[in-house]
Ligand binder design. Sequence first.
Ligand code: KG4
Ligand code: ZN
Length: 335
Amino acid sequence: MCTILALESSCDETSAAVYKDGKILTNIILSQEIHHKYGGVVPELASRAHQKNIISIVSEALKTAMVDKKELNAIAYTRGPGLIGALLVASSFAKGLSLALGIPLIGVDHLHAHILANFIDEPKPALPFLCLLISGGHTQIILVDGPMKYKIIGQTIDDAAGEAFDKAAKVIGLDYPGGPAISELAKSGNIMSYQFPTPKTPGLDFSFSGLKTSFLYLVRDHIKAEPDFIKNNINDLCASYQHRIISYLLQKLEKASIETGIKEICLAGGVAANNYLHENLTSMSIKNDWKTYIPELQYCTDNAAMIAITAYYKYKEGIFDELDATNYASGESSN
Ligand code: KG4
Ligand code: ZN
């Protein structure tokens, strides 16, 4: 039995969650609006916004969970990867609280936490399972043998899937984050209107930079002949582009399943919220006899609940941080 307060501030969400005796009691997320007009996250602005909001987010989380800080058994925080100035906000706060309350500090790897978001609700995936982790910064296929045992078997060699959505959205004048906007516009578009090339990458690896560039060139070339090209064709553009990203992701996931013989399939990360991906995953699951798991939306994008559940597994094994832990880049413990 244990109660953990977890904090996440690696990018542009300030989040605090409380885990108690097997359940997430609360998961408060504040998404920073300030970046929308810049077409991407501005690191300095992100750090300042985390700094401004962290105290109220933590207070709100404890209040909603009806947990007093004296009841806490551990404090967890995202150790990395992420923006250094942003990471420092939750890590410093967590260290201060751990010292003040005299309870263990647990640093959590952000990507590990995205995977274990699949362990928050029932049904949980059976082991071993494959996890397609698709976010703004990462695209990986991970073979998971246990809550603390996993191996990356495929990953992007350049941009991430979320980045491919965000950069294309910027080209056609949509606000950041681009994924939800493209997905919404794509609903009334034709997936066959434009043929974007399927990236050619070996094995289970991905590449999105060529696809992103082909989108940019296609738009640029059409605008020369038709100045209102974007406005007149935005739904078809979004549908065709989204179709290529999603079918490419699923093609690699299918390959990973065939090669490993694993049919328990999980999604994780912000792009896992994509509706078109859900639809296509369903048909692919029927074809391949997969059992699939998608975390609830609030646990797909960045959130502290996934940090809390991962911290619980580390707590059970007594894996704690020293207060002078400093290795933020990889998310792994430096001690
Ligand atoms: O996991 P996440 O919240 O943050 C990172 O760790 O990167 O993922 C954010 C990414 C952004 O690139 C955003 O555009 C994408 O997830 N995203 C989506 C959707 N919702 C968020 N991409 C496609 N379709 C969506 N519905
Ligand atoms: Zn993330």
